[in-house]
Design a protein around this ligand. Structure first.
Ligand SMILES: Cc1cc2nc3c(=O)[nH]c(=O)nc-3n(C[C@H](O)[C@H](O)[C@H](O)COP(=O)(O)O)c2cc1C
Length: 192
């Protein structure tokens, strides 16, 4: 697939086929993709915890905040929750640099998942203390980012930014999810 097409397809997804549990092979392959990404000073301070069992997923789910722009929606209902999670954690190293590394790792995981027909949602809205407890993280390891993963059941579409300039995503009556993206001509300030 053309790389731009892969990037377009890899939209955030928040509704999944919950019965489609991610395999151990797939979760460790995703971490392997992240392992090889660039990182500041090559510090490699990111660690990963993978969750696949129904029990582990059920324990993590209440710690997460979904779709802040859709306050009336309380997150995916039972049956549409993620089939697995990766939690990106920090062990040692610079937190400031690690948060940049985390974004690079997160998008690599999201694209890698898309290349296998899976979808992802990066989640920063979580209670770090609760997540650390649920994951039984050892002293000195803190969660930075949760990545929900699974077989998508949500239709997501890119649309141009509307005339009022709002960047809020929205859903129609059929629950199709629309995400506005600025035009290339609005963000590419120049080619000299
Ligand atoms: C760093 C980061 C943190 C995010 N945190 C959350 C979150 O806490 N909850 C959520 O539902 N979506 C979260 N998202 C998903 C964004 O809302 C989503 O990327 C945005 O709406 C654009 O949609 P797109 O990914 O399809 O382009 C996060 C995305 C990123 C990159």
């Amino acid at each position: 697939m053309d790389f731009l097409e892969l990037v377009k397809e890899a939209r955030t997804c928040r509704r999944f086929d919950e019965a489609a549990e991610l395999s151990e092979e797939c979760l460790s392959w995703l971490v392997d993709c992240a392992r090889l990404t660039p990182c500041a000073k090559n510090q490699q301070a990111l660690r990963y915890v993978a969750l696949k069992s129904a029990e582990a997923r059920a324990a993590l789910f209440p710690c997460l905040g979904w779709a802040g722009a859709l306050p009336e929606w309380k997150g995916p209902k039972e049956g549409e929750r993620p089939g697995g999670y990766l939690v990106v954690c920090l062990e040692g190293g610079s937190r400031e640099l690690a948060r940049i590394d985390m974004g690079i790792a997160g998008q690599t995981i999201q694209l890698a998942a898309q290349s296998r027909g899976l979808a992802a949602c990066m989640i920063l809205s979580f209670n770090a203390e609760k997540v650390a407890r649920v994951l039984e993280l050892p002293e000195g390891v803190e969660p930075l980012l949760v990545i929900a993963l699974g077989k998508p059941v949500e239709v997501r579409r890119i649309v141009p930014v509307p005339a009022d300039g709002s960047l809020k995503y929205w859903r129609d009556e059929e629950q199709v999810h629309y995400v506005p993206k600025r035009a290339l001509s609005d963000i590419l300030l120049g080619i000299k």
